[in-house]
Design a protein around this ligand. Structure first.
Ligand code: PEP
Ligand code: MG
Length: 544
């Protein structure tokens, strides 16, 4: 009998565009069957729990290495956070307490405590802590599956369009990257781990899709159009043809970008713009080279400080900054000094809880108090400066005195390095302009700074009074708001009046709708995620 298949289509939000074809592979998590009856041998349950902790740690250690190799250091840190949870005394005590005092079976105790901790974290105001809630579910599920012997691992066997309600970090990281053609999730945000991973690996992905988790879809042909955010189940001939054509044109576009390697970024009328890369760790250096960046415009150094238990020392920082300086072979590397606080937290800093963390204790405000810590970073930077062209910028500056104090501490750090007999190099000391105060006082700041780099992510948040972490406010987050445009014009004007250069390193730098405006305003540099470099160069070279 002839079997007719009917095409169905669903839509969502694109987090990485592109075309993908594969088998629809539904990722549906089975509930772990928990034995809720009382146990008769708590010692045996305790032993099972302790063993599960060890096995989970071994599994995560392997996943950490796999992620580091296949994806990068920053994503691997997600796995490390989960390993730290396995050592969390509160978590361990709560589980043991249920086993010993309530005769709970180990798997059930883990599940109960996991859910309690999930709820506690999900209810916290701090977005960083909130974002740890899925990690807790991830870890307790892993423990439950080890204790019960129920294997919940999800394995891909053919090129797949993975469809899931949501994906936890370890779900995504454990999948065979060679077989993932696309991700489609019902939940998830543009900043979720899956979205970040999709962008790094260049996998077409859609979040918040309106597709039901219908088991009948499993194994059917699927196609994803990451340009429009549509996923097709059993795409018909017309759609297949259209998507294949789009795929060809995407490839041709990519190839034409290849031809731009090594060419200068210059408009037809001869204005040169420097296109630099934004990175978060030394693991990203290869992408900087591969995409032919003209420098590093923002190295977010706080990632050296996060997902660990103690401050990174001078040697460790020195080797990271030196790696960047050497890899760029004389092109400028701008390292941003520590910008911790607000959405970026590290428990060992012992920062106080705050009502309004974005308006609170963060970035230079912490560095100017904890000067020993700050000078450790500055010494590492001055030592790395001996190996390349180094620049440093200070985040969250609002007043001239803060910049002057940062410069004093930098001079002291350099003197300390010299005194120790180690070599140093010159460093251009600039600032990020990411507060309206800095933008409005740009004239005065320009007299003290070697350059300006505009952090539009924060500048937008502070100018429009919109929390950048709050997805519900997205419709108010107008990144082209006239207030922001006026500030951007003022900043570059003040810089040039004082004879210094100005760049943009926030996300807006890669917005194609803004490129012409930035060139017209006179910006000297745009720093963007490595994957956007060649297309931005193309756009500028086509400009009058
Ligand atoms: C910015 O605020 O635009 C910026 C580049 O810094 P971050 O996104 O790290 O706060
Ligand atoms: Mg910022």
């Amino acid at each position: 009998m002839l079997k007719f298949t009917i095409m169905e289509q669903f839509s969502g939000k694109t987090v990485f565009s592109g075309i993908a074809f594969g088998k629809a592979t539904l990722f549906i998590k089975e509930e772990l069957a928990m034995d809720k009856s009382h146990c008769t041998d708590p010692d045996a349950e305790l032993a099972a729990f302790n063993n599960a902790i060890k096995v989970a740690d071994d599994q995560l250690a392997i996943l950490f290495e796999k992620t580091r190799e296949e994806v990068g250091e920053e994503e691997a840190m997600i796995v490390d956070v989960q390993r730290m949870m396995l050592e969390d005394e509160d978590f361990l005590d709560a589980v043991k307490n249920l086993i010993q005092n309530e005769s709970s079976r180990a798997a059930y105790a883990v599940d109960r405590v996991g859910k309690q901790f999930y709820n506690q974290f999900a209810a916290l105001d701090d977005p960083y802590m909130q974002a740890r809630a899925p990690d807790i579910t991830d870890v307790s599920r892993r423990l439950g599956s080890i204790i019960t012997g129920i294997n919940t691992a999800f394995v891909l066997t053919e090129p797949s369009v993975v469809i899931a309600e949501d994906l936890t970090p370890s779900d995504t990281l454990s999948l065979d990257k060679k077989l993932i053609r696309a991700f489609v999730t019902l939940k998830g945000s543009t900043n979720s781990h899956t979205a970040i991973l999709a962008r790094i690996l260049k996998i077409p992905s859609i979040v918040q899709a309106d597709i039901p988790l219908n088991k009948e879809f499993d194994g059917k042909n699927a196609a994803v159009d990451g340009h429009t955010g549509i996923v097709y189940i059993e795409p018909d001939e017309v759609i297949n043809k259209k998507l294949k054509q789009q795929e060809e044109s995407d490839k041709a576009k990519e190839k034409s970008l290849e031809a731009l390697r090594g060419l200068p970024t210059i408009t037809k009328s001869g204005k040169t713009i420097e296109i630099a890369a934004n990175i978060g760790s030394v693991e990203d250096l290869q992408a900087v080279i591969d995409n032919d960046a003209e420098g590093i415009g923002l190295f977010r150094s706080e990632f050296l400080y996060m997902s660990r238990n103690d401050y990174p020392g001078e040697e460790e920082q020195f080797s990271a900054y030196k790696a960047a300086a050497e890899a760029l072979k004389g092109k400028r590397v701008i390292i941003r000094t520590l910008d911790i606080g607000a959405d970026k937290q590290a428990a060992y800093f012992g920062l106080p809880g705050e009502e309004n963390p974005a308006l609170g204790y963060r970035a230079v405000r912490i560095c100017l108090d904890r000067t020993d810590m700050f000078k450790t970073q500055l010494r590492a930077l001055y030592r790395a400066a001996a190996f390349g062209k180094m620049a440093v910028m200070f985040p969250m500056i609002t007043s001239v005195w803060e910049l002057k104090r940062c410069k004093e501490l930098a001079a002291e750090a350099r003197a300390e390095v010299k005194k120790s007999g180690k070599s140093t190099g010159d460093i251009e000391l600039g600032i990020m302009i990411e507060t309206p105060a800095a933008a409005l006082c740009a004239d005065d700041l320009a007299k003290e700074a070697a350059f300006f780099s505009v952090g539009t992510n924060d500048l937008t948040q502070y100018t429009l009074a919109i929390d950048r972490q709050n997805a519900d406010l997205e419709k108010y987050l107008d990144t082209h708001h006239p207030a922001l445009i006026k500030l951007l014009e003022m900043i570059v004007e003040s810089a040039h009046k004082a004879g210094i250069w100005a760049g943009i390193c926030g996300e807006l730098a890669s917005d194609p709708e803004m490129t012409a405006a930035f060139v017209k305003m006179g910006y000297d540099e745009l720093s963007v995620s490595p994957t956007f470099i060649l297309s931005l160069r193309k756009r500028i070279r086509e400009m009058e």
